[in-house]
Design a protein around this ligand. Sequence first.
Ligand code: PLP
Length: 398
Amino acid sequence: MSGSALFNTFARLPLSFERGEGSWLIAANGERYLDFAAGIAVNSLGHGHPHLVAALVGQAGKLWHVSNLYEIPGQSRLGERLVEATFADKVFFANSGAEALECAIKTARRYHFAKGNPNRYRIITFEGAFHGRTLATLAAGGQKKYLEGFGPVVDGFDQVPFDDIAAVEQVIGPDTAAILVEPVQGEGGVRRLPLVTLRRLRSLCDEHGLLLVFDEVQTGIGRTGKFLAHEWAGVTPDIVALAKGLGGGFPVGACLATEEAASGMTAGMHGTTFGGNPLAMAVGNAVLDIVLGEGFMECVARKGLLLKQGLAAIADDFPDVIEEIRGEGLMLGLRCKAPNSVVQKAFTEEKLLCAPAGDNVLRLLPPLTVTEDDIQEALNRIRKASEAVSAANQAAAS
Ligand SMILES: *Cc1c(COP(=O)(O)O)cnc(C)c1O
């Protein structure tokens, strides 16, 4: 055997951490890193948030798991709160983003089946999308590099170019069940779908009797400065998948739907052993205590603007390093001019963590609880790192 005992599926940075405090991660040797990756938009309340720790520890002493054979009061409560805060009437809890999407896909297909249209199972998706790594969600994402070598691709997904309404209109047929889209593509490079496009998709769905499904696994739970990102467009979806930020680091996913959209999902139609267990629900409820608190979302929007303005100033000074700032709230992307791996390395040398994405982008996804001081410190580090990359560019050119 060579190397580690783990599957070689991840290209990990040679870093590991022992504990975290707010927006900071601390290595075993005491080195402190400013965490603007937040576990890929998962640690919505940072590390070691006292309210989350108390919720988890409190629940751990009582009950961890009972299965969905029984009533789970924390699950009912979290479901009611999500319904209260969103468009939805019904919620199914899962353990991950991909599972939430699987439920969304099944719900959309089953809706049409129950209406007497079993042929209507095809779902329209967009190039650059990412919906997860199960066989169906990979097919939905349509990325060749992830699909190759895994056998027949799950049927039923029609992909069109990003933001191409004409292509959507063209591909809608008698078998179309739904349109599935991320309001802002995350893995695809923080690419925001224009609000007018989101509205246009809604009207196309209405015209053709399709369900509109938003993948808000990354954009949801306050990330963009609204509880769900589609609120910016003022459109009402039929189904939404959530995960990442919902558990603040504990694995939780959720599929939200209107009563009508969920009408095909009757007893026995879907299931999960772990989904919605008391531990996950205690943490999810604690996350909502904070995120749905007075003024929290406005604060995210304000801090996002502060970060974005600071980044724009750096991009102006180092156009050979950073080409464009994208995104909304605390889901920001730096489209790099230099290779994003080079820029990321320079950030890491300044002990600032970020998450790479497609389209040569680096994502900045700090905890939603990031302080203005942390933002200023991140900007200082990004400026220093950009200076270093720019200097190396100039040295290589001369
Ligand atoms: C992360 C992500 C997923 C997949 O979530 P997992 O928990 O990794 O299965 C799906 N959709 C989007 C938009 C994501 O960002």
